[in-house]
Ligand binder design. Structure first.
Ligand SMILES: Cc1ncc(COP(=O)(O)O)c(C=O)c1O
Length: 392
């Protein structure tokens, strides 16, 4: 494998998979902290251990504040959003429970729910989103039953970028005493989230997308009073004499040694986001995205899927090209133009089925905080060239 590949020559438009590159100052600061005190936090009383623990607890507090929470101990770390969603879904649901979710979910929600249905007697209703990719909150409330324990909704789509009206859904759930789980994988770090104001009971996030940390870190914020059964047990570093896992947060949902380098990344990325301003990052991405979407819409043979509105959306789009398999377009973008894109179903098969792209999927382009105007011009020129070739 060529590990000497110069990544600076690549035009990276796969930020919905993971943001890349990460801001240099974030990685440098995280590596410096890990070099100086990357020991096992919370296990001992020597100085290095106290420093590592302080980093973890400070980051818990920062993220709690960032998400509008009130109790830092209820911010629990996991490996990524998938892991966090599994902790939540498997820890909340029991046999006989009913769940309402949507067709715009990622497999990290769909698959745990389907396993709970097949193996634990949970029933699941997938509410279709509208043709524009937005879910109607009234459609969710209409499907609630006496035994509905959970509503699970993807905040921002990794396929077509739509941002769902979670505050409205959250209010409806709160009024009816149903738990509300939000998958904020695509939105955390670039779209404001206020768990209290939006009626969110459980928020799942991943560190490596817009929160700008390395891979391998994510977590949950669990509102006070929400019960999640631990499904993993083991060492916590405290109260080792107890034969059972600790019930109190954050230990309740954390087992084993955490990702200290990842948490350091989250900590320094919080400073980066605060300095640059989350709304400025979003504005930058959406300006580039507007040009990208407009340019593609004007390219003969291109079909854009989902809404083309720039309101309530992330800088993520899906397109297909007449006469070309999306996978081939992805390969041509890569091999002939040095452009990184994602093709296929993007781990979200239900929305593709609904859009009529369930077989071959789409080409997905997603803009990140470090993209430049020249990246957009390059991809537009490349798609135009591929489209012209397809039409001869
Ligand atoms: C909407 C959504 N949910 C969940 C995930 C899973 O995130 P992770 O791979 O970090 O677990 C992703 C990742 O692409 C996503 O886009």
């Amino acid at each position: 494998m060529d590990l000497a590949l110069d990544s600076s020559t690549i035009i990276y438009l796969d930020n919905a998979a993971t943001t890349f590159p990460k801001p240099k100052e974030v990685l440098e600061a995280a590596l410096d902290a890990y070099t100086r005190f990357g020991v096992n936090p919370g296990r001992s009383g020597y100085d290095l251990c106290l420093m590592a623990s302080e980093l973890v607890e400070t980051t818990r507090k920062e993220l709690t504040r960032f998400f509008g929470g009130a109790h830092p101990e209820r911010l629990v770390f996991a490996y990524n959003a998938t892991d966090a969603l599994n902790v939540a879904i498997q820890g909340i649901l029991e046999s006989g429970d009913h769940v309402v979710t949507t067709t715009i979910e990622h497999n990290s929600v769909i698959r745990p729910l389907n396993h709970m249905a097949r193996e634990r007697g949970v029933s699941v209703k997938y509410v279709p989103v509208g043709n524009d990719g937005f879910v109607d909150p009234a459609e969710i409330t209409r499907r609630l039953r006496r035994n509905t324990k959970l509503v699970a909704v993807n905040h921002g789509s990794n396929v077509i970028g739509t941002i769902q009206p979670v505050a409205e859904i959250g209010k409806a759930c709160r009024d009816r005493g149903v738990l509300f789980l939000v998958d904020a994988s695509q939105t955390a770090g670039v779209v404001p989230i206020d768990v209290e104001g939006m009626g969110i009971d459980v928020l799942a996030f991943t560190g490596h997308k817009s929160l700008l940390a390395p891979t391998g870190i994510g977590g949950l914020y669990v509102r006070e009073g929400v019960g999640i059964r631990p499904t993993r047990f083991g060492g916590t570093g405290v109260n080792s004499v107890n034969p059972y896992h600790l019930e109190e947060y954050p230990y309740r949902l954390e087992a084993g040694t955490g990702n200290v380098l990842g948490i350091a990344g989250l900590h320094f990325a919080q400073a980066y986001i605060a300095k640059r301003g989350m709304e400025n990052i979003y504005r930058h991405e959406m300006e580039l995205f507007g040009r990208l979407q407009g340019g593609l819409a004007a390219t003969e043979g291109v079909t854009l899927h989902g809404t083309t509105s720039l309101e309530n959306r992330l800088p993520v789009l899906s397109f297909t090209l007449a006469g070309r398999d999306p996978a081939d377009v992805g390969t041509m973008l890569d091999v002939d133009h040095n452009i990184a894109a994602r093709t296929g179903l993007q781990c979200a098969p239900l929305i593709h089925r609904q859009m009529g792209t369930g077989e071959r999927g789409t080409v997905r382009l997603s803009v990140g905080p470090l993209n430049k105007e020249s990246d957009i011009e390059a991809v537009l020129a490349a798609v135009a060239e591929i489209a012209a070739d397809a039409n001869v």
